[in-house]
Design a protein around this ligand. Structure first.
Ligand SMILES: Nc1ncnc2c1ncn2[C@@H]1O[C@@H]2COP(=O)(O)O[C@H]3[C@@H](O)[C@H](n4cnc5c(N)ncnc54)O[C@@H]3COP(=O)(O)O[C@H]2[C@H]1O
Ligand SMILES: [Mn+2]
Length: 662
């Protein structure tokens, strides 16, 4: 409007100038007309002036009126706005509110809201902070609102004002929440050692034990409002609403403890493995996740629960040693499959983990014999300089194996389409002897006894994984008896296997089960003597001295012996492993940890007497292993910060798994 008035004044201005010009010209042509011209000009000017004034006054009256109407409309719009709106001072005092806000904050009472504090309604939500994208979540009168704040700074001395808008999205939030809380979560439960229980329990105990297990599982599921069905004699499937599953997880799956407490005459412990699938887009996917999780829980030795979420796995329990499986049905099936796989391959490469020890080397040597007896060329991939099998390696090389022991790089050329790679004593891509060699081989089989890691070789045709076995050598001793071709091992090969078993069981002290002794007996029959095998473990005087020094550096931390060295010792891997073994002999030591610098970082050797699970502690540092024997490697890390991280890992473990009071 103002623009138009400006236009008008320009027009009037131009007309004025035009009149002056016309009058001037007229006066020059005939001075007599001057008087007339001037009079006409003046009259004209008067009319224009009056007109202009009139238009301006009318316009501004119109504008004023319009402004008032708009103002009234604005006020009315705010007052009657469908959203609740309040204006509060910087301190939170209510200075203005609309009708909706009156209803919202005051209900039916006629109490004035002016002067009351907004915090009486929204609690301690700080509206002065920048409003989050989806508003502040506030709860008023049992309903949920999103509150948006708009700051108004008049610039004057007076304090700031804030307009607060309340959007009622109660239903949206309520039902979203309900959706997440009631989404189905699936649990698969398996009795770890059903067959052993049935075989070993007395007839009179049998039914009682089995019905006790059944009763406890049903009770547990009912307590958390789930439904359960027994799908096989030793398997149950249950479905829960996710909020109850969360409670179950918060209570750290106490059903594991309940079942472990069931007493059986033969002292066979009774344990469960549980797999849980949560946060899946559909129930069938949740079930699939539960299946994978159950497999994982079993692969880690049973007596534990694995929870599969969209981000990976969480584990609970896993504190008992794992129950031995005595039936060898699986071994026979695997042996058959492996025989077929070997028969259909062109050649075979056997490979263990980096810094090969007697367990992986022994297993590789015996399998090498089996494969060559089946008529296929085979090699063992082992770094000749970086291993822990010094004496055994030499003995084996001297006895006809020299041409078959190759560094991984030397074997890259023999890999062809039909090459089979058999990985022994590890199932992790990160600690195998050679990643390049592994990646070049199309066909892979894995034979391992370590507790399952989340990162594992996932493309294996045969994944023979037995966390209950003491060692890879125990597994291979059993396998060779079932492989086709009637394989006969020589005395040296039997010794290599026995060395592996003795290494991993610490001379039949830890993890040695019925099957371990059966395997040892078989090897003994082939001529292997424990006293001869012991010689492969002999160390040099300097290693012995280093070990004593290392042990002397030990300090105690919450029942754990922690020793470390930053000296470069030649056979540090073996020295550290042996020091860790020996530290367990100290009274009151439940676990031992030995740390050593490698030039690239810090390595750990961890051992336990079975009461603490060192696998879990090492796993939190990126390593793994067993309940009683584990390790980890931290790269780019100083000894001191490694020590700190170890202490934190121990603290964390103990806070979740307190040691039973003695
Ligand atoms: N990043 C990682 N991820 C997953 N697992 C990891 C890991 N780092 C280490 N581990 C596992 O932890 C276990 C302990 O390793 P550590 O080197 O202390 O102890 C090794 C080895 O150093 C030690 N050893 C070798 N020669 C020895 C000897 N002559 N005397 C005594 N101990 C010996 O015997 C142990 C054999 O243990 P085993 O192979 O069954 O299992 C190993 C290893 O596979
Ligand atoms: Mn091993």
């Amino acid at each position: 409007m103002r623009k138009r008035l400006a236009l008008l004044s320009t027009i009037f201005g131009s007309m004025f100038l035009l009149c002056v010009a016309v009058t001037g010209v007229a006066a020059m042509v005939d001075p007599r007309t001057l008087a007339v011209s001037v009079s006409v000009f003046l009259v004209g000017m008067l009319i224009i002036f009056v007109q202009y004034h009139y238009i301006t006054a009318g316009t501004s009256r119109y504008l004023h009126q319009l402004g008032e109407e708009v103002h009234a409309l604005q006020t009315e719009a705010s007052i009657g706005h469908p959203l609740a709106l309040t204006v509060v001072s910087d301190t939170g005092e209510i200075v203005w509110y609309n009708r909706k806000a009156e209803q919202l904050l005051d209900g039916s009472s006629t109490l004035q809201l002016y002067g009351r504090m907004i915090s009486d309604f929204i609690g301690n939500t700080d509206f002065r902070q920048p409003t989050p994208e989806k508003g502040f979540g506030v709860r008023i009168g049992g309903r949920q609102y999103s509150m948006y704040a708009n700051e108004y700074d008049s610039g004057s001395e007076t304090e700031k004002l804030f307009a607060l808008y309340f959007v009622d999205d109660h239903d949206l939030k309520h039902y979203t929440d309900l959706y997440f809380k009631t989404r189905p979560a699936v649990m698969r439960i398996m009795v770890d050692n059903y067959d052993e229980l049935v075989q070993n329990a007395r007839e009179s105990d049998k039914t009682q034990v089995l019905s006790e297990i059944d009763y406890q599982i049903t009770q547990f599921v009912e307590k958390y409002g789930g439904v359960v069905s027994q799908v096989e004699k030793d398997r149950y499937n249950a479905v829960f609403e996710d909020k109850f599953m969360q409670q179950i997880i918060q209570n750290r799956l106490d059903i594991l403890d309940t079942i472990r407490k069931i007493e059986i005459s033969d002292r066979v412990p009774c344990t469960l493995s549980i797999g849980i699938g949560r946060e899946a887009p559909s129930i069938s996917e949740a079930d699939e996740m539960a299946r994978q999780a159950l497999e994982m829980a079993q692969g880690r030795g049973g007596d534990q629960a694995a929870v599969r979420t969209k981000n990976g796995y969480d584990f609970y329990g896993g504190l008992s040693k794992g129950v031995e499986k005595r039936t060898k049905v699986k071994t026979r099936i695997v042996a058959q499959a492996l025989s077929e796989l070997i028969a259909s391959s062109k050649n075979v490469i056997l490979m263990g983990h980096r810094f090969a020890d007697m367990d992986c080397f022994g297993a590789a040597v015996a399998l090498h014999k089996a494969v060559t007896q089946m008529g296929k060329p085979a090699w063992i991939a082992i770094d000749p300089d970086r291993n822990m099998v010094d004496l055994l390696y030499r003995r084996v090389a001297e006895n006809g194996y020299r041409e078959y022991l190759k560094a991984p790089s030397e074997l890259m050329d023999v890999v062809e389409e039909g090459t089979l790679l058999i990985v022994v004593d590890t199932h992790s891509k990160t600690i195998i002897e050679s990643r390049e060699l592994y990646e070049k081989c199309r066909s892979v089989a894995v034979i391992d006894h370590h507790r399952k890691l989340v990162e594992y070789i996932d493309n294996a045709t045969i994944f023979y994984h037995e966390p209950y076995a003491s060692s890879a050598c125990e597994m291979v001793t059993e396998l060779v008896q079932y492989l086709s071709g009637n394989i006969r091992l020589t005395r040296l090969e039997a010794e290599a296997l026995l060395a592996g078993i003795m290494l991993d069981t610490k001379n039949f002290v830890s993890k040695a089960g019925v099957r371990t002794f059966e395997a040892a007996a078989y090897l003994r029959r082939l001529g292997a003597e424990t006293s001869d095998v012991r010689k492969y473990f002999n160390t040099s005087l300097s290693d012995y001295q280093q070990r004593i020094k290392l042990m002397a550096s030990a300090e105690l931390y919450h029942g754990c012996a922690v020793a470390s060295t930053n000296q470069m010792i030649e056979d540090i891997n073996v020295v550290a492993a042996q020091a860790a073994d020996e530290l367990l002999n100290i009274n009151g030591v439940a676990a031992s940890f030995v740390m050593y610098e490698t030039g690239r970082g810090v390595n750990f050797s961890a051992r336990s007497m079975g009461e603490m699970n060192v696998q879990i502690i090492m796993e939190s540092l990126g390593g793994g292993g067993h309940l009683t024997m584990a390790g980890a490697q931290l790269s780019d890390c100083t000894l001191e910060s490694a020590r700190q991280r170890l202490f934190e890992a121990i603290d964390d473990y103990l806070s979740k798994n307190p040691r039973p009071a003695k």
